[in-house]
Design a protein around this ligand. Sequence first.
Ligand SMILES: Nc1nc2c(ncn2[C@@H]2O[C@H](COP(=O)(O)OP(=O)(O)OP(=O)(O)O)[C@@H](O)[C@H]2O)c(=O)[nH]1
Ligand SMILES: [Mg+2]
Length: 268
Amino acid sequence: QVEQIGQILPRLLKLIDYTNKLVRQGEQGKIVTDGLTITLAGRTNVGKSTLFNALLAEERAIVTPIPGTTRDTVEEEATISGVLFRIIDTAGLCEPTGQIEEQGVKRTERAISRADLVLLLLDGSSPLTSEDHALLETNWGKPALVVINKSDLPCKIQQTIPGTVKNAYKISAKNGEGIKQLSHGIVNLLLGGHIPSKQTILLLDVWEQDLLLRVNNLLNSAVGALKNAQSPDMVAEQLRSAHKAAGELQGIDLSEDVLNHIFARFCI
Ligand SMILES: Nc1nc2c(ncn2[C@@H]2O[C@H](COP(=O)(O)OP(=O)(O)OP(=O)(O)O)[C@@H](O)[C@H]2O)c(=O)[nH]1
Ligand SMILES: [Mg+2]
């Protein structure tokens, strides 16, 4: 038995490696088809809409020096470094003073909850306000980057940014300075620098993705059970389920008879 377990374990670990790779390729496939969502957040007047336009390379959102210009979320698609992104410009996060602001803040919060990445914008040309501080202390529960805008003006904020998000990019949304570095930073953070290509992706539907994750989980459980010297029956049951799910994934309906036949020869 010990000898057989010794043989099974490396093969299972190899299979887990393989399914891990397929899961990653499936995630990349989802990114290619669905894109990733970036939400621009920050207090009013920091330059969210200007950055939004710069990322889209078009004058889509209204930009004015008047705080509170953007009242509603505005959403557009853009390709950054060959990756499809959905970028959402939002109403500045502030203490709402009326019904419009209240609705705007609610929509901003919804846009943040949908985001794969939050870009928290600060205005580097004026000292941090209590609103900036509150936003810097926010736990977004997802990847976030701090972007210090208006680098074309004299800097009025400390180099070391307080709060939970450590990576800060200096840009001028108005003249384009630092936008390239920011784009690289975004792709690095979300994709580990790997641009999904046709050769490295796997297009799976939700059902297939589910099955693949099930195979992966069951194989991991089987390995855990083997390592903890749990009953061979338990290991066999997990492997049997993993095999069945892998069969389904390939469109093969493995009936009980077929499984019994396979597992009759497969003794642990
Ligand atoms: N000098 C300078 N001004 C900028 C820059 N980015 C934005 N601005 C100016 O800052 C003001 C506010 O810009 P917006 O893009 O409207 O700011 P916002 O964060 O969308 O503001 P709200 O919609 O009110 O929340 C405008 O006058 C912009 O021209 C920049 O990089 N440099
Ligand atoms: Mg705006």
